[in-house]
Design a protein around this ligand. Sequence first.
Ligand code: CAA
Length: 257
Amino acid sequence: MSGFETISIEILDNVGIITLNRPKALNAINTQMVEEIGCALDAWTASSLAAVILTGEGKAFAAGADISQMSTFSATEAQQFALSGQRTLRKLEHFPAPTIAAVNGFALGGGCELAMCCDIILSGPKAKFGQPEVNLGVIPGFGGTQRLVRRVGRQAALELMMTGRMVRAEEAVSLGLALRIEEDVLTGAKALAAEIAKKGPVAIRLVKEVVDTTDRMDTDAGLAVEASAFGLCFATNDQTEGMTAFLEKRSANFTGQ
Ligand code: CAA
């Protein structure tokens, strides 16, 4: 697959890597980038990729939605832009394989919102996170009012969205926004993806699916979904292989079947 202008994509060791690639504009997210990220995810949804990593070219992950483009939007155009960004980010959030944001630099506004749609956020030492939309007289539009609250809690999320202040990597970790700091964040993300790739692929996808689908359920309903999915594992070759390998004291050779 090729022809993208705002992102570059590659598959390495069965891990898809999407690199936001408008470094001169600090990878600001315009309508074209929203579409291209969506297309890349669509093309990979039915694949057997072990994981997808998102990162940014240059000194930013993404410094937000493209202010030059947004500056002339009418109210209707702005709403459509928010809706299309939300649709693409939802695809990322629901991507069947694990997703990792390797936040190499600024992750602001739409950039922070994009990272928050990944299952795991790893932070480079120089990364800076924030929702600075209020500095521009607007609010987050790609899901920040929803996902930041869930990641860091209402109080911390409101403080960040009302002040627009940027937080460094250490604070992002202490808030629970990022999982940890990696000296070389892309290398760290690849290592994490490789670790996940060694496990039973069906089980990995089911872990994500159960966690996501039961998010808003009460515990009893969530436990019922978990029990069904646990049972389903026992209809797979991966379960037979995983348990046989353990008993035979060897590494499992999973096939994802
Ligand atoms: N949109 C468009 N262009 C952007 C951009 C953005 N979000 N962020 C940076 N750029 C451009 C700058 O205009 C500049 O372009 P020129 O070289 O052509 O002048 C280039 O990227 C480099 O930026 P700076 O010179 O400003 O770099 P810096 O290191 O001095 O500052 C920064 C970096 C603090 C991130 C600063 O660029 C900044 O504050 N950017 C805007 C961040 C922001 O407000 N993001 C939220 C956008 S709104 C949003 O995202 C809404 C939503 O939820 C959907």
